[in-house]
Design a protein around this ligand. Structure first.
Ligand code: ADP
Ligand code: MG
Length: 260
């Protein structure tokens, strides 16, 4: 059985087909990349899989059980967790507190109401703190635990976003452009982090604009263009696929034209 099986996913926004009959199957233990030009539907696909958007058509199963239409918090409880391209950190809270919120949510096993119950119980709080500290350690942020999230360097904010996701104890982690805006050193560090999380047993789907990073990390890659899956296979094959090259090359040309 596939860990994740999404079939025939379609979603339109006011006539724009953001996703057009997309099939996606992920096995337990995979590290799969998704590439595609800007606007090709990558984030929308994550939004559908994680329950933020409801698709117009299609079915989604996690471990064989349907999850389509469930709330994002319910889907996260079942083990599918995503990070956001635009990070959703609490700027005025410390790094540790940001992760603690997620850790308490995961311990409560249900939406926010119980989080407050848990903070009242000493045992729940100390378990949450322990989990939060472990997650910070995994992303190499322990030394910055007391810093306000908004004061973190950009690359560290990306790692904090991942720590928050890890605190929900995912089996399937969807990463949306975690390397965006990072310098080469930060990219290298992020790459090591993704490899480590994967080797700890977390199945990962990585949306990333940096094709070299994707081919370096992922054995299998799929490509989207205008909401359509145009390739799905071994990474070297997919990035050299003429249709994929055209999707990117066409994109570059039109960007050049728009700057002319
Ligand atoms: P990518 O992540 O690949 O850059 P997106 O999934 O963000 O692309 O967007 C795919 C298409 O869907 C784009 O045309 C985008 O403008 C459109 N889109 C995404 N989200 C919305 C929304 N909430 N409302 C309207 N259009 C949207
Ligand atoms: Mg996106």
């Amino acid at each position: 059985m596939k860990l994740l099986q999404a079939s025939g996913i379609s979603l339109a926004f006011k006539g724009v087909r953001a996703l057009d009959n997309v099939d996606l199957a992920i096995d337990q233990g995979e590290l799969v990349g998704i590439i595609g030009p800007n606007g090709s539907g990558k984030s929308t696909l994550f939004n559908v899989l994680s329950g933020i958007y409801r698709c117009d058509a299609g079915t989604i199963h996690l471990d064989g059980a349907p999850i389509g239409g469930l709330a994002p918090s319910r889907i996260a409880q079942r083990g599918l967790v995503r990070t956001f391209q635009n990070k959703r950190l609490f700027g005025s809270m410390s790094v540790l507190e940001n992760v603690l919120v997620a850790a308490l949510k995961s311990q409560a096993g249900s939406p926010l109401g119980d989080v407050f119950g848990l903070t009242r119980s000493k045992q729940g709080m100390s378990r949450g703190l322990e989990l939060a500290r472990r997650c910070l350690d995994r992303v190499n942020l322990s030394s910055l635990a007391a810093v306000q999230a908004r004061d973190l360097p950009y690359g560290a904010q990306n790692r904090l976003e991942i720590a928050r996701a890890l605190a929900l104890e995912p089996r399937l982690l969807l990463l949306d452009e975690p390397a965006a805006g990072l310098n080469p050193a930060e990219r290298g560090e992020l790459r090591g982090l993704i490899e480590k999380v994967h080797s700890d047993g977390v199945t990962i789907v990585l949306v990333e604009h940096d094709v070299r990073m994707v081919t370096g990390l992922c054995r299998r890659v799929l490509a989207l263009d205008h909401g359509v899956k145009i390739a799905d296979g071994p990474s070297e094959e997919v990035v050299n696929n003429p249709q994929v090259l055209e999707a990117y090359f066409g994109d570059v040309q039109s960007e050049e034209a728009s700057h002319a």
